[in-house]
Design a protein around this ligand. Structure first.
Ligand code: TXA
Ligand code: MG
Length: 338
């Protein structure tokens, strides 16, 4: 692992790209202060240049620091990237970092417009993955990294997914094993605190309630409202090639072609519209954390099997399923187009 990290540092210093593991999904990283390197990310992903990238930052605290020292360490780190580090930003860093949370703050002068999609704000995240943290510490800089997939495709949660996605490139992929969380970080916008309070732009496995508890403030959910650009907020993102539908909204037509994947929770009755069809069943885990961890691998796997339709069970209404619902609704909206 040491060797691989040393090679990654060398490539990054030379302005190259490296795929890195995080606890959410794999990222495609470049030095956040090198505009040429950052531009390579957009080229490799085929991503429109107006979509901002998250800057991944190192963990500045040691276990033996007092609470005050930790707060000072976070404050020093965040000030390198943001010109207004609020007490809310510090509270979120202390509560959730390293972890699956991204904060949007007003950018500092040195932050490149190539990274922010020409906006005055920057997304920051300290990832909760040992290998990513070691790389960040040894690199001692920020790494701009979107998910390591081509634009509009499913995010990778294993090193093999990344290699498959970029098989035409000589890309160094740090293999940190399968991602523990499995879906992208929760994004919280703290740039409109005075008028709107904290706003969740993209739901993730850190939920609204937990953020409210950490801040002692009401947090709104606005990922559908107009506002800063989040590519995850395009209605068709995370797009499998196979047509997908929720069981409550199955496309009509008795002559639907043969092979259907029925993906459901234990104990769900077969929807009438699927009766007498050639079915392959997949049983979903009953806990959201377990489903999130396997969600993208499952979608990739199903998408590769040549089904004519993937039929998904309706999800439970409890808020702990919100992030998974968000990804699946987008997958359904974007599905079946290739
Ligand atoms: O879990 C994650 O967040 C993963 C891992 C690799 O860290 N990264 C990730 O990156 O999902 P990406 O680029 O696929 O999605 C990040 C989202 C984008 O949709 C982008 O629009 C949004 O974050 N974002 C970044 N900077 C922003 C900003 N300044 N204002 C609003 N949205 C921003
Ligand atoms: Mg992405």
């Amino acid at each position: 692992m040491q060797d691989q990290i040393a090679r990654a540092v060398t490539r990054l210093r030379a302005g190259g790209l490296v795929a890195i593991p995080t606890e959410t999904v794999y990222g495609l990283a470049a030095d956040a202060l090198n505009a040429d390197a950052v531009n390579k990310i957009f080229q490799a992903k085929n991503r429109p240049s107006i979509h901002p990238l998250i800057v991944h930052v190192p963990h500045p605290c040691r276990a033996d620091m007092s609470e005050d020292e930790k707060e000072e360490a976070w404050s020093g780190l965040l000030s390198q990237w943001s010109r207004d580090v609020s007490k809310e930003a510090l509270a979120l860093a202390k509560a959730f970092w390293p972890g699956p949370l991204t904060m949007i703050l007003h950018k500092a002068k040195n932050v490149l417009y190539e990274v922010t999609g020409n906006q005055e704000t920057v997304g920051l995240r300290c990832p909760g993955h040992r290998m990513a943290l070691e790389l960040l510490e040894r690199y001692s800089g920020g790494l701009a990294a979107p998910s390591a997939n081509r634009f509009g495709r499913i995010s990778p949660t294993t090193a093999d997914h990344v290699r498959h996605e970029f098989s035409d490139m000589d890309l160094l992929v740090l293999d940190g094993g399968p991602c523990r969380v499995g879906i992208e970080s929760t994004i919280v916008d703290l740039t409109r605190l005075a008028t709107q309070g904290p706003v969740i732009l993209r739901p993730g496995m850190i939920g609204r309630r937990e953020i409210e508890d950490a801040l002692n403030l009401r947090v709104s959910d606005a990922h559908q409202a107009a506002g800063p650009r989040v590519s995850g907020s395009l209605s068709a993102h995370y797009a499998p090639r196979t047509a997908m539908a929720f069981s409550g909204a199955l496309p009509s037509g008795r002559d639907r072609a043969g092979k259907v994947a029925w993906v459901h929770f234990p104990g769900t009755d077969l929807p009438p519209a699927l009766q007498a069809l050639d079915l392959a069943e997949t049983i979903l885990p009953a806990r959201p954390e377990a489903l999130a961890r396997n969600l993208y691998a499952l979608l990739r796997d199903l998408d590769g099997q040549g089904f004519d339709l993937i039929c998904l069970d309706e999800l439970p209404s409890d808020p702990c399923w919100n992030a998974i619902r968000d990804r699946l609704v987008r997958a359904v909206n974007g599905s079946g187009q290739a």
